[in-house]
Design a protein around this ligand. Structure first.
Ligand SMILES: [Zn+2]
Length: 374
């Protein structure tokens, strides 16, 4: 008995579901804010929860380097350490090892690398990644995989995908089954449908509590990403949650939910919030732009977040131009609220069987763009 997933409604390929973990339930489709170093940057935990987020993602690579998984374990686990009582998903560390660490050596046993912080040598194997995620007390643990670089030849993509399958088997053996705790496998195979289907079939044989689609949103473009989802998602078992890793923009989320994806994570809303980029119902708004300097209107009149209910565009523009910390805090909160509202809108639309019409209307407003002040 692990984390239980229940399908509540379907609308075409889209699903409305509920995943019950040791630290609470997640209503799906769900977006997971990224809390890289045991903090969603610029946000208190209660502010994150107020945006509608039900689960956050934390990064194994960053936490194993600093402050260390054993230390967090001794301090009672990640929920207690960062005072986030809800569900937490941790990645395996693989993606950051490949993208951040220095002097990597990779073979079947795992990865040996040097920390990007101080050059200390570390080893990350499938077994060690699972152990770290257990020390962190992650509700959802991810298998160690190799995120295939893009672009990759079919041969390189196959070799990488086969290595990830070996590691997935070892991750499954190392994972201790406990009530409310889940282990997710990760489908790889780059942009090649045949490789994706083989990866999905083998992961299903091994048997996981959920299935992630990895190696997308790496530069292939939305059209290719949607095509890969069309070729991959039908190969995943309907009774388990599906997680599209590292995605994405609002339009990506709409299209992926319509293709049967249940969970997402992305740094976009939080990172954009720190660079004065805001997501609104009328598309992306750059608050550094001078057109906002005399604008008394809210950033998004339909948003109930503090940035929109208490402050004007002119004030948010002033904070952004002055480099004030409050600007990053307010815009991060707004962007997460926008993503939270988008997911809630999709969940309601699926339950009512009108997701396609809802998505078309949202995309039409986004395309129409932000309406300038008179
Ligand atoms: Zn807002």
């Amino acid at each position: 008995m692990t984390a239980e997933f229940t399908l509540l409604a379907r609308d075409g390929a889209a699903r409305r579901g509920r995943l019950v973990t040791a630290h609470g339930a997640i209503e799906t489709p769900a977006f997971m804010p990224v809390g890289t170093a045991a903090t969603v940057k610029a946000m208190r935990p209660e502010e994150v929860a107020a945006t509608g987020a039900q689960i956050i993602l934390a990064n194994t690579y960053h936490l194993m380097l600093r402050p260390g998984a054993e230390r967090i374990g001794r301090l009672g686990g990640l929920h207690r350490f960062m005072d986030w009582p809800g569900p937490i998903l941790t990645d395996s560390g693989g993606f950051q090892v490949m993208s951040l660490a220095k002097l990597r050596e990779i073979d079947e046993r795992g990865v040996v690398f040097r920390s990007h912080l101080d050059g200390t040598r570390y080893e990350l194997s499938p077994e060690r990644s699972i152990e770290i995620q257990r020390l962190l007390d992650a509700d959802i643990t991810m298998v160690l995989d190799e995120c295939t670089p893009f672009p990759a030849t079919p041969e390189a993509a196959r070799t990488s995908m086969e290595l990830s399958l070996l590691w997935a088997e070892r991750s499954k053996r190392a994972f201790q089954t406990r009530p409310g705790y889940a282990l997710f496998g990760i489908v790889q195979g780059s942009v090649y449908g045949e490789l994706r289907r083989r990866s999905a079939a083998r992961l299903c044989e091994i048997g996981f509590d959920g299935y992630a689609v990895g190696g997308l949103a790496v530069g292939e473009g939305q059209e290719t990403m949607f095509r890969v989802l069309d070729e991959t998602v039908p190969a995943l078992p309907a009774e388990h949650p599906r997680y599209l890793m590292g995605v994405g923009k609002p339009g990506d989320l709409l299209g992926a939910v319509m293709r049967g994806i249940d969970m997402f994570d992305c740094v976009l809303p939080t990172r954009s919030g720190r660079t004065a980029q805001a997501f609104t119902r009328g598309g992306t708004v750059n608050l550094r732009n001078a057109r906002h300097q005399d604008d008394p209107r809210p950033l998004d009149a339909e948003c109930q977040c503090p940035a929109c209910t208490r402050f004007s565009r002119a004030y948010l523009h002033h904070l952004a131009r002055s480099g004030e910390i409050l600007g990053a805090m307010l815009l991060t909160q707004h962007n997460l609220r926008f993503y939270g509202d988008l997911m809630a809108t999709m969940r309601a639309a699926i339950a009512q069987g009108r997701l396609a019409a809802t998505a078309a209307a949202l995309l039409e407003r986004e395309t129409a763009g932000d309406i300038p002040a008179l």
